[in-house]
Design a protein. Structure first.
Length: 69
């Protein structure tokens, strides 16, 4: 039996949707892409990959905040 990781599937869908030209997208298409990206974020957030990405983003934002002072 073949199992598919939902996070990987959503990442592939996002990749192919974002490869298209911006001019060829309708408002509904853009909204659908946003919904899919949010779903991907929700799926990845509790995983170790999501936690690592959150740590990296936290370090970047704290570095930017300290640099602006």
């Amino acid at each position: 039996m073949l199992t598919i990781n939902v996070g990987v599937l959503l990442a592939v869908i996002v990749f192919f949707r974002l490869r298209r030209r911006t001019e060829a997208r309708s408002r509904l298409d853009e909204k659908m892409t946003v919904v899919i990206v949010l779903a991907l974020g929700i799926v990845l957030a509790p995983t170790p990959v999501g936690q690592g990405a959150m740590d990296i983003l936290g370090q970047i934002t704290s570095g930017v905040t300290q640099a602006s002072r």
